[in-house]
Design a protein around this ligand. Structure first.
Ligand code: UDP
Ligand code: MG
Length: 167
């Protein structure tokens, strides 16, 4: 079954110059990249992304981590991968959440670490099921930023929205 999944190269992945490496690993899946961008991560976006963990003792550090405050990289690379069993394939390559338990050849097993504060810095995010993927993709991307029609969208007329144009 065709699926979409959100991938984030987290700030530790960017700081460690792992972007190319991670994308090369993910290319083994033969999935299609249907959206990609560098994204600043506001506190609001980080908290919404990880809202299922808001009661965890490491939540504050986790938000700082995703915002790039621990790595002096206030951005992430966000991508949407699409194709047959996309979620399973990408999670398999990413490895377990805890980098010490992740298979040593997986992305997280190869490059992740656990901080002294107890946060798993595991270089990559992958959605874990189709409904989570839909929620997350809609959180990180607008319909027009994705080159296929993944989910139903409507026309929105935006008036008086301040935006940037080239001079
Ligand atoms: N995390 C952590 N400690 C934990 C569990 C999770 O630091 O005990 C962090 C880790 O960075 C993880 C993120 O919180 O990637 C989201 O957790 P989730 O359980 O959703 O794991 P994932 O889907 O990323 O494998
Ligand atoms: Mg998760």
């Amino acid at each position: 079954m065709n699926q979409a999944t959100l991938i984030l190269v987290k700030p530790d992945g960017l700081k460690k110059s792992l972007t190319g490496n991670i994308l090369t690993r993910l290319s083994e899946t033969k999935l299609e990249i249907v959206a990609s961008k560098m994204s600043r991560v506001s506190k609001q976006l980080a908290e919404e992304h990880y809202k299922h963990l808001k009661d965890k003792p490491f939540f504050k550090e986790l938000i700082q981590y995703l915002q790039g405050e621990l790595h002096d990289r206030r951005k992430v690379m966000a991508l949407v991968y699409y194709g047959e069993d996309a979620i399973t394939k990408c999670r398999q390559l990413a490895g377990a959440t805890n980098p010490e338990e992740a298979e040593s050849t997986s992305i997280r097993g190869s490059y992740g670490r656990i901080t002294t504060a107890g946060v798993y810095e595991n270089v990559i995010h992958v959605s874990s099921n189709p409904s989570e993927a839909e929620r997350e993709i809609k959180l990180w991307f607008k319909p027009e930023e994705i080159i296929v029609d993944l989910y139903p969208a409507k026309d929105v007329i935006e008036e008086k929205r301040k935006t940037k144009g080239w001079i």
